[in-house]
Write a protein that binds this ligand. Structure first.
Ligand code: BTN
Length: 306
């Protein structure tokens, strides 16, 4: 109902009478007043006059009703430990394909390689639950689609020169704007679900914890609507996933890559290696040519540009 009220208010620059709203929404006056009071408590500017109601401002809110086409699949928490854990729990309890768990902030945000992910107010933190019809060995493609479609969304919508760094970081001017974490649960030879968690520095300032990070706000010099960014990204990502069979996911990812033909240091849980990143193979692995000419295939690790 809150979404419907906001849609009506947003469609009009004039004050709308209570009677008109009640009529269009099919609710009682008491119920309308209760919803308006809740919306105002949540930060929406709604002017209430004898003539009715007028929307004067909206917070940069990520509530489910702000995503009308996917409202029932959105779970929003002002604060949670990690959206990865909430999403996994929902997935294990049968939630729908394309469920999205969003947090205003995280107290236990997780990064790759057991790092923490700084998750203060103003950033965008979400995890998608996917039930793709791909065999487990092909699920890595979803991560490459996600990072490619995020860099594309950032380029098209904000004109930023977003690049992907293997495996799935997004960098702008060599500084990290976004990171991605993926987990998978299988049942026999089938994928039950995958969860892809993405953290994007939007209006937060990550630099006190990560000096080499950057936010969209710092790049653009203004606040950015997290709702619009998320909505555009989800639309682009889901459309490409629905059509994944007719795309060479890795080739598309490489078009935005900052990693290839660069000198890099690869840190895995077991070793540190240096060389030139000569390619990403069809399985998403990084091919590292070392000084002696041998080529290592790196499946999992952290990549630092030297
Ligand atoms: C990395 O670059 O190391 C990956 C960072 C992933 C962070 C996101 S924020 C949303 C989701 N919830 C988490 O706890 N982590 C991911």
């Amino acid at each position: 109902m809150k979404g419907k009220i906001l849609t009506l208010l947003r469609a009009s620059e004039e004050t709308i009478s209570g009677e008109t709203l009640i009529d269009k929404l099919g609710i009682t006056h008491v119920s309308l007043e209760a919803h308006i009071a809740t919306l105002r408590d949540l930060g929406y500017g709604i002017e209430v006059t004898p003539g009715g109601y007028r929307l004067t401002g909206s917070p940069d809110a990520l509530y489910p009703w702000e995503f009308p086409t996917r409202q029932s699949n959105i779970h929003y928490f002002e604060e949670t430990g990690s959206t990865m854990d909430v999403a996994k729990n929902l997935a294990q309890n049968g939630c729908a394909h394309q469920t999205v768990v969003i947090a205003g902030r995280q107290t236990k945000g997780r990064g790759r390689m057991k790092r923490t992910w700084q998750s203060s107010d103003g950033g965008l933190y979400f995890t998608m639950v996917l039930r793709p019809s791909l065999p487990p060995s092909q699920c890595f493609k979803a991560n490459f689609v996600a990072s490619r479609m995020l860099s594309q969304t950032l380029r098209e919508k904000y004109g930023v020169s977003a690049m992907v760094k293997w495996p799935n970081d997004i960098l702008v001017d060599g500084r990290k704007l976004s990171g991605m974490l993926a987990e998978m649960e299988t049942e026999g030879s089938k994928v039950s679900f995958i969860t892809i968690g993405i953290g994007i520095n939007v209006n937060n300032d990550p630099t006190s914890v990560e000096p080499n990070a950057i936010s969209l706000k710092e790049i653009l010099g203004r606040d950015v609507s997290r709702k619009e960014l998320l909505s555009d990204f989800l639309d682009a990502f889901e459309a490409r996933m629905d059509d994944i069979a007719s795309h060479d996911v890795i080739a598309e990812w490489k078009q935005h890559s900052i990693t290839l033909n660069q000198k890099v240091r690869i840190v895995t849980t077991r070793e540190v290696s240096e060389g030139v990143a000569i390619d990403v193979d069809a399985n998403g692995a990084l091919l590292l040519e070392q000084a002696d000419g041998t080529v290592m295939t790196i499946v999992y690790g952290d990549c630092f540009l030297i």
